[in-house]
Design a protein around this ligand. Structure first.
Ligand code: ZN
Length: 510
């Protein structure tokens, strides 16, 4: 079926999706501006602009006309073939529409109110290390979040957690995630303990050498351009909390942050956001279907797999630094001239338990995520009372990472997520690592010369693989289907463990 012969109920539906998508891209643009260039004085007006746009997007997403057209498309058997791209598009439009229309407006308003209150309380609770003061606000948000999960449930036997998870990782199940996480958790904990007891930590002192910010920026741009990021269709700007926004056809914005004495953090976050950016640029957004699910990313876990692959699998490898270290020295006036590639790569692969998730390394990061996954699932199942959260947090922290948490501010109060009612979000970070590691093994089997290519600064074959197996499909397949189609097997924890051991063991002389 060519576009010209598509039935009117489908092309009308796609036109409505285009309007919604375009409004969403305007909302993303003002959001990007707020985080990059907006003067502080614009905050209040920007709040009004963003709220208006969010209301308009919601109106379009829940428009009755959309619901009627979806029904017409669903009963059109010639169009609605589940094997076809259009069939998948209709299936996903139905999913979005049901999700947007399922929540009673009272609940949405109450949750928004409770979230905004809880965030304020959380800020002062964290500053004063006072968990008790946060208990009533968090309890309210969690109760409303459970109510939301009950509304979103697709069948009565579904675990509440899955209904929330589905917002970020459609089709994923908590039981399946636990089955991958649990063996990984135990092996990672043992691995970290082994490094601590028997390994010799690599030298890292040179990583904090002072590098002027504008030189770091120029280096980051050259690296990401070599990765394949198209700067005629995107930008790299500076912000406090780096993110990437794929506004729409031909416009993808990456952001990063710089510190004078922490160059690895900056280049790591630039490569990370570039992975997100390459995914956004690889989704076919041009043409009549912009705004429909076929021009959107699959899930957070798949999006994160793209960022983690470029940041970690590529960006911490010896092959990469064989090419990038001389380039860095060129940009940085020889700042690392006295450091060889071997020593530099080892420093990029440390694994040291620490208290704060966002500051943790590639290996220990997953333990921070698994701890949160287990605790939030227990809270949702009423197996853990909010007031007992600190005790449960600290016990798991000791168990997983071997450290005694000194206070709640560096413990269970460190993340903003739960005050937002963001439950089911954390696991997508580790799913990203797991997906990336499994893809990485397959890619290396299918492109045996990949290491040599990377050492020469050639990334085209790698990018093409991700374009072919991940990016081009939009939301045609679920995340687990994509992984299985791309790698020939369902998601496993072994590839991530093999990847970490192959990088970190040599760094610790094991
Ligand atoms: Zn990310």
């Amino acid at each position: 079926m060519t576009t010209a012969t598509l039935p009117k109920h489908y092309t009308d539906l796609c036109a409505l999706m285009r309007t919604k998508g375009t409004l969403g891209s305007v909302a993303a643009l003002v959001g990007w501006d707020q985080e990059t260039y907006m003067p502080a004085g614009g905050a209040q007006a920007r709040g009004e602009q963003s709220a208006l746009l969010a209301r308009l997007v919601h109106q379009h997403a829940t428009d009755q006309k959309v619901g009627e057209l979806i029904v017409k498309c669903e009963v059109d058997s010639e169009l609605n073939n589940p094997e076809s791209e259009h069939g998948a598009n209709i299936r996903e439009m139905r999913r979005d529409y049901d999700k947007a229309t399922k929540l009673p407006s009272d609940l949405v308003a109450n949750l928004a109110q409770a979230q905004s209150e809880a965030q304020d309380v959380w800020k002062s609770a964290r500053a004063n290390n006072d968990f008790e003061s946060f208990v009533p606000a968090l309890t309210k948000v969690m109760d409303l979040t459970k109510e939301k999960a009950s509304c979103l449930k697709t069948d009565e036997h579904e675990e509440l957690y899955d209904a929330l998870l589905g917002e970020y990782e459609p089709g994923a199940k908590a039981t399946e995630i636990a089955a991958v996480f649990e063996p990984l958790r135990d092996r990672l904990s043992a691995f970290i303990a082994e490094l601590r007891d028997n390994g010799t930590a690599p030298r890292v002192d040179f990583l904090s050498r002072e590098i002027p910010v504008e030189k770091q920026h120029a280096f980051g741009q050259e690296v990401t351009a070599a990765f394949g990021f198209d700067y005629s269709k995107g930008r790299l700007d500076t912000t406090t909390h780096p993110f990437c926004s794929g506004f729409g056809p031909g416009d993808t914005r990456m952001t990063t942050r710089y510190s004078l004495t922490n160059f690895p953090d900056a280049i790591g976050s630039t490569m990370h956001e570039c992975g997100h950016g390459l995914y956004e640029q690889g989704i076919p957004k041009d043409g009549p279907f912009w705004g429909t699910p076929m021009t959107d990313s699959i899930s957070l876990g798949i999006h994160e797999s793209q960022s983690r692959m470029w940041e970690n699998m590529v960006g911490r490898s010896k092959a990469f630094w064989t090419w990038a270290l001389p380039l860095a020295n060129k940009h940085f006036d020889g700042a690392f001239d006295d450091i060889d590639v071997e020593t530099f790569t080892k420093a990029m692969n440390t694994a040291t338990p620490s208290f704060i998730r966002v500051e943790s390394d590639e290996s220990t990061y997953n333990l921070h995520v698994m701890l949160r996954f287990e605790l939030e699932r227990a809270m949702l199942r009423n197996e853990l009372a909010i007031k007992d959260l600190p005790e449960a947090w600290n016990a798991k922290f000791k168990d997983f990472l071997g450290l005694d948490v000194p206070n709640d501010a560096t413990g269970c109060l460190q993340d903003v997520h739960w005050s937002f009612g963001l439950v089911g979000y954390f696991p997508t970070y580790s799913l990203g690592n797991l997906n990336a590691a499994q893809m990485w093994e397959t890619i290396n089997e299918q492109i045996p010369e990949l290491n040599d290519q990377i050492a020469r600064g050639e990334f085209g074959a790698l990018l093409n693989w991700t374009r072919e197996h991940i990016h081009q499909h939009g939301r045609r397949y679920t995340a687990s289907e994509v992984i299985e189609r791309a790698t020939g097997k369902p998601l496993e924890s072994d590839p991530l463990m093999r990847h970490l051991e192959s990088r970190v063991r040599p760094a610790y002389g094991l």
